[in-house]
Design a protein around this ligand. Structure first.
Ligand code: F6P
Length: 318
């Protein structure tokens, strides 16, 4: 390996810094120089590249966000953008790259692998929408943040006998909503994988109210509903007051949880080991508690079976 480049791309996720630290430390162990690429693929095109030393990453394992900064580059999606990126990598003598990010970022990583760069992807996204891996870096921290916020909403809901619709992130993946409910955070959940129509949400609420449960949480994944419309519909049908809370970007920040830090450290070291072993064009993941790798491409097949977790819900939320 000549020089190793590392970049973070797409939405930031807690634990990205821990992964950067692990990559730099592991590369240092092998005597390989690391170049930090700032602002994702756009920063690569714009030559925002500087050496990243072991000392610089010493104290970042517990910090949220990403010290390398990140972006969603539209220029890189174009052929001309990719050509520029390849020229820059050549100019800086970087022949190996670790890309930390979500689905779009790992697709970008694949494009560089196809063009001759040695690339390893690491899943870093709060959405947990990359089904080749049980967990992506950042998901656990965000889930804990969501649960903390929901707990606070529950306090005030129970004091006033109110119902609240809580919208969580996840893009097109319902894992944040699903796991929140599995962890006891909500009574009615609607996700892209198991969407509920207005009628079903109302009838589930009605049966809970009929049983004397007057404070209820409806957790929904973002992008599914016009929330105002849903709120007004419930209020009209059930004659109750409903509140709506969009958790928003509070979900993306914060210090990574212990789980995310350990996961990011394992994945970072594994990625460097893979490059040293001559691998390229794969993403690192975790399945049944074991670090694994999988060829880049088709990493977020949403049809993957989540039936088991949803059937657990049926027993928990009755
Ligand atoms: O992919 C992470 C995520 O936070 C999604 O949950 C959300 O839909 C999206 O990013 C928001 O993206 P942006 O930061 O570009 O508004």
């Amino acid at each position: 390996m000549k020089k190793l480049g590392v970049l973070t791309s797409g939405g930031d996720a807690p634990g990205m810094n821990t992964a950067i630290r692990a990559i730099v430390k592991a590369a240092d162990y092998y005597g390989v120089d690391v170049m930090g690429i700032r602002c994702g693929f756009q920063g690569l095109i714009d030559r925002k590249i500087h050496p990243l030393t072991s000392q610089e990453v010493e104290d970042i394992a517990d910090k949220g966000g990403t010290i390398l900064k990140t972006s969603r580059s539209t220029e890189f999606l174009e052929e001309t953008g990719k050509k520029k990126a390849l020229e820059v990598l050549r100019d800086f003598d970087i022949n190996s790259l670790v890309v930390i990010g979500g689905d779009g970022s790992l697709k970008g990583a694949e494009k560089l692998h196809d063009r001759g760069i040695n690339v390893i992807g690491i899943p870093g996204t709060i959405d947990n929408d990359l089904v080749f891996t049980d967990y992506s870096i950042g998901f656990d921290t965000t889930l804990n943040t969501v649960l903390e916020c929901i707990g606070k909403i529950k306090d005030t809901d129970s004091s006033h006998d109110k119902t609240t619709i809580v919208e969580v992130m996840g893009r097109y993946c319902g894992d944040l909503a699903l796991y929140s409910a599995l962890a006891g955070g909500g009574e009615i959940i609607s996700t892209p994988e198991k969407p509920l129509d207005f009628h079903t949400i109302c009838s589930q609420l009605r049966s809970r109210i009929n049983r004397g449960k007057n404070d209820n949480l409806v957790i929904v994944t973002e992008r599914m509903y016009d929330l105002q419309e849903l709120q007004q519909h419930i209020e009209g049908k059930l004659d109750i007051n409903v509140r709506t809370t969009v958790l928003g970007f509070v979900q993306r920040g914060g210090n990574p949880s212990a789980f995310d830090r350990v996961l990011a450290s394992k994945m970072g070291v594994y990625a460097v080991d893979m490059l040293m072993g001559g691998y390229s064009g794969v993403a690192v993941g975790v399945k049944e508690n074991k670090i694994i790798h999988q060829k880049l491409g088709n990493l977020n097949d949403m049809k993957a079976d989540k039936q088991e977790k949803y059937s657990l819900l049926e027993k928990l939320l009755n």
